[in-house]
Ligand binder design. Structure first.
Ligand code: MIC
Ligand code: SF4
Length: 756
């Protein structure tokens, strides 16, 4: 079922009617984002105007996407749901577990050996439950989705925060935890608080060294890592229309880095060109027939102040290339300022490695433009001062980049081509010498640059830039180099200014035919068995979490008060730990090991209140659990930002953490905690965070009256006998409170399916 053509066709046939209904209910011009959302309401019966940023709504996404590192847990949960097959088209992609080391062929061979058990499990479960399975080496989930499944005006959820990439092809595509995927695959509604809509008007046209990536790098600086929370970002304007479809996808991809629910562009010429070029001319034609419904009503774009919750504007003609980082993707520095800023901050200026590719930036356009720079440098007798690596997004892209000579160009300038997978973007990079933890700088065209994420070394300063800028910087070997103004010296001692990049939006010779790596589900299910070896260290069948016992919680010790940024990488680290993504007990040994304890500024060293010793966080949590106690975690702003991995919520649940109280949460993580049955609470007064002491215990009071909008009382018991009462807010609605009571959202589904 490569792109469920019938499903798309029938959707486009129904669209005019759906839009007529939408307009009748809203009685105002409608943004494109809202059109797609209303067209995907779970039940037409509930049709009414929903409050943006206020009402919870059930949706019916068209499809589900999962990548291997999250699919394991998603499908282990799906196994418990009691269904015979996925009720919506779904796909699994083997991309995250491949370690980048020497190069594509060898790395893939090792991955097939080291991850065999997991791949076999995923492949058999997909076969059995009617899910498309994309083998290791086929490419990165988001690139494959764009090339094969995404369609304008569609709606999709995916167990990866960069699912949002498909907004480049006009899709409302949202990153979620695996438990959400289970809802949709079980045929239930998928719940989301109706998002607000931020409009971004793009004027002018990109030129010179700037590319689509710079738009989102600049916007990240404007919005910061939490500025998009609860919002869809809708791009429009002449600048939007001038961008290629894959450029749009890059922008939508990195919308995850500002916390946006997703980002989207309306259907236009660039999308039909892309659809045609990737063999989907029929979809392009059908979309063309309903194109007025695949964009906002004209009043919206001509009067955007009135119809968007917030409006931003970027003039592409004036935009400069940006370099964002280190350690956070929203620290945006225009390239002309980098010299001053880098020196001022004492960042290491020598670039060790430039890395291009990933799901964010490995389109034909990206690779052709980056290759043009390398080609020019070679012709001018320049050598690259830094190492250069390339991770193509899919086998399709790799094959044509090879055919069209780009890979040979990169290799000529000293580049190494890694497997079509996530690799260094997710710490799956066996970088020589990384263990020495030396202070150093790398520049990449990926999307995230949190500490330790690239190579596990906390002292690696990772900067994010476009593939063009990364290539230029890798040639210069220097973070302060600005290709727009600066010269390099070649092997003959001559001064050379790099030529501006040039390339193609789409391959002039089309996409190649090749083995794409898809395994379609088999028709005969009788011989398929899904095996989980009980002795396995990588896969473990799940046991349902216990339901709430109906009592308030008393005397819960503080497990950790986390200082500053606490991303999902701090909560459940990737890299080495990816191998335990299908084994809850084993992966729980990484719980919070990257988070900084507010009381001693150390990672993975917290006070065990029972023994008086400082020990690793998972050990202390496990100790409390074994002593029959729960515990509490306290955190600051945007807690759980970053990835969709629900391990960051299942681990605390497994370790008996009862509540996480934060100043604020990132959307996906908050939902993940709720779904797994951990109380996700926010301080009603953010200063209360400061009241928490290392030896505190907590009572969580009045849970029998746990109601939407009602604060929860918490008594903090200090060890000197003093008590303080604080109140926590929460965003639970009635259904979500039922998840908590049942022990998890999945327990509710199970109970329901058992009854049927
Ligand atoms: C990431 O980019 O952090 C990941 C790895 O793709 C994650 C998913 C995961 O943790 O498996 C994401 O973005 O959701
Ligand atoms: Fe893979 Fe990186 Fe993309 Fe996540 S952001 S899907 S790790 S390439």
């Amino acid at each position: 079922m490569i792109f469920s053509f019938e499903l798309i066709k029938s959707y486009y046939e129904r669209l005019p009617h759906l839009m007529a209904e939408t307009r009748k209910s809203l009685e105002r011009p409608v943004t494109f984002s809202e059109k797609v959302l209303y067209a995907h309401l779970y039940s037409r019966k509930d049709f009414r105007s929903y409050g943006r940023g206020a009402d919870y709504v059930d949706f019916r996404p068209d499809r589900v996407a999962m990548q291997d590192a999250t699919a394991q847990m998603a499908l282990l949960q799906f196994l418990m749901a009691g269904k015979d097959a996925s009720e919506v088209p779904a796909s699994v992609h083997c991309d995250h577990l491949i370690m980048a080391k020497t190069g594509s062929a060898d790395d893939l061979r090792s991955a097939n050996v080291s991850n065999k058990e997991v791949y076999d499990f995923l492949s058999s479960i997909c076969d059995k439950y009617d899910i498309d399975f994309w083998k290791p080496g086929s490419g990165i989930i988001h690139q494959i989705i764009l090339e094969n499944y995404a369609f304008p005006g569609g709606m999709m959820i995916g167990t990866d925060s960069h699912t949002v990439n498909a907004g480049g092809l006009g899709m409302i595509a949202i990153g979620v935890g695996g438990a959400d995927a289970v809802d949709v695959m079980s045929g239930m509604g998928w719940e989301l608080k109706f998002p607000k809509v931020i409009g971004v008007r793009l004027t002018g046209k990109l030129n010179g060294w700037t590319s689509a990536k710079d738009i989102i790098l600049k916007l990240s600086g404007l919005l910061t890592v939490k500025g998009g929370t609860g919002c869809i970002i809708e791009y429009f304007g002449e600048g939007a229309e001038s961008l290629s479809c894959t450029g749009k996808a890059t922008i939508c991809n990195m919308g995850a880095e500002v916390g946006a629910t997703c980002s989207v562009f309306a259907f236009d010429r660039s999308m039909s060109d892309y659809l045609e070029s990737t063999g989907r001319a029929e979809i392009s034609m059908l979309a063309g027939e309903v194109k007025e419904h695949l964009t906002a009503d004209p009043e919206v774009y001509s009067n955007p102040d009135k119809y968007f919750d917030q409006l931003l504007e970027i003039n592409l003609s004036e935009l400069e290339p940006y370099i964002n980082g280190p350690f956070t993707p929203d620290l945006a520095t225009p390239i002309s300022e980098m010299k001053r800023v880098a020196v001022q901050n004492g960042w290491p200026l020598k670039i060790e490695v430039g890395l291009i590719g990933s799901c964010t930036n490995s389109s034909y356009e990206d690779l052709s433009r980056a290759a043009s720079i390398a080609e020019y440098a070679i012709s001018k007798n320049l050598v690259a001062k830094s190492m250069l690596t390339i991770t193509p997004g899919s086998e399709q892209i790799r094959a044509i980049a090879e055919r069209d000579g780009f890979l040979a160009t990169f290799e000529k300038i000293g580049g190494t081509v890694f497997a079509n997978a996530c690799g260094p973007c997710i710490g799956q990079w066996d970088r020589e010498g990384a263990g020495k933890n030396e202070v150093n700088t790398v520049v990449h065209s990926f999307n995230r640059n949190f500490a330790k994420r690239t190579d596990g070394n906390p002292n690696t300063h990772a900067f994010v830039a476009s593939p063009e800028i990364v290539t230029a910087l890798a040639i210069a070997g220097d973070l302060t180099f600005n290709p727009v103004t600066d010269y390099l010296t070649n092997r003959n001692g001559e001064k050379v200014k790099l030529a501006e990049p040039s390339g193609f939006d789409l391959p002039p010779d089309g996409f190649a035919t090749f083995e794409n790596g898809l395994q379609e589900p088999s028709a005969d299910k009788s011989k398929i068995s899904v095996i989980i070896n009980p002795g396995s260290e990588r896969l473990q069948a799940l046991n349902p979490f216990p339901e709430w016992d109906g009592h308030d919680y008393m005397d819960l010790p503080l497990l950790i008060k986390v200082k500053g940024k606490c991303t999902t990488d701090h909560i459940s680290m990737a890299g080495f730990w990816l191998k335990y993504r299908g084994h809850l007990e084993n992966i729980s040994n990484n719980y919070m090991i990257g988070a900084i304890n507010d009381f001693n500024d150390k990672a993975n060293s917290v006070l065990n209140q029972l023994t008086g010793n400082y020990e690793p966080v998972p050990k202390v949590a496990g100790f409390y659990k074994a002593s029959g106690m729960g515990s509490v975690v306290a955190g600051e702003e945007n807690f759980g930002e970053g990835s969709s991995r629900e391990h960051a919520a299942m681990e605390p649940r497994f370790l008996n953490v009862i509540a996480v109280i934060a100043k604020s949460f990132a959307r996906i993580h908050e939902t993940n905690l709720k779904k797994q049955g951990v109380l996700a609470l926010t301080f009603s007064d953010k200063d209360d965070f400061a009241r928490i002491r290392e030896t505190d215990k907590f009572d969580i009071i009045g849970l029998h009256e746990f109601l939407p909008g009602k604060q929860i009382k918490i008594i903090i018991r200090h060890s000197n006998g003093e008590k303080e009462t604080i109140f926590a807010n929460h965003s639970y609605n009635e259904t979500q409170i039922e998840w908590f009571k049942a022990g998890s959202a999945l327990n509710l589904i199970r109970n329901k399916n058992k009854k049927n």
